[in-house]
Design a binder for this molecule. Structure first.
Ligand code: AMP
Ligand code: ZN
Length: 118
């Protein structure tokens, strides 16, 4: 049995503010929102991070991305949203059950700025 806070949320052993659930996915409000709307989408099957995924996780990864716009819209994000998957300690991951952050509800700052200005 993995001691995982998000597995416990899926099992209902730890309370959460659920926004979506199906046979494969669970989505809930982040406890420390970084934007007016901050939802986490997780697979029900435990996998620690993107770096731990293999071909057996292909469908769950696709399900997360396909569900994201619907969950965002149901959460009131009709004007767009940001999707973030932190991977590993160096990537800022704190909970090691893979999750996609869905952020929005305000104009978000540019996160990646790769193009040098003239
Ligand atoms: P990350 O840094 O990408 O691993 O994100 C983990 C996220 O989980 C953080 O934004 C936390 O605020 C959030 N979090 C941790 N515990 C809970 C919880 N019990 N319920 C909801 N969100 C949580
Ligand atoms: Zn887990």
């Amino acid at each position: 049995m993995i001691d995982c806070i998000f597995c416990k949320i899926v099992a209902g052993a730890i309370p959460s503010k659920k926004v979506y659930e199906d046979d494969h996915l669970f989505a809930f409000h982040d406890i420390q929102p970084a934007a007016p709307v901050h939802v986490l989408i997780i697979p029900k099957v435990h996998v620690a991070s993107l770096a731990d995924c293999n071909a057996s996780h292909l469908e769950d990864l696709g399900r997360i991305l396909l569900a994201a716009p619907n969950i965002a819209a149901e959460s009131g994000l009709t004007d767009g949203f940001r999707t973030i998957i932190n991977t590993g300690k160096g990537g800022g991951q704190e909970v090691f059950h893979i999750h996609a952050h869905i952020l929005g509800g305000a104009q978000l700052r540019p996160l990646v700025d790769c193009v040098a200005s003239a």
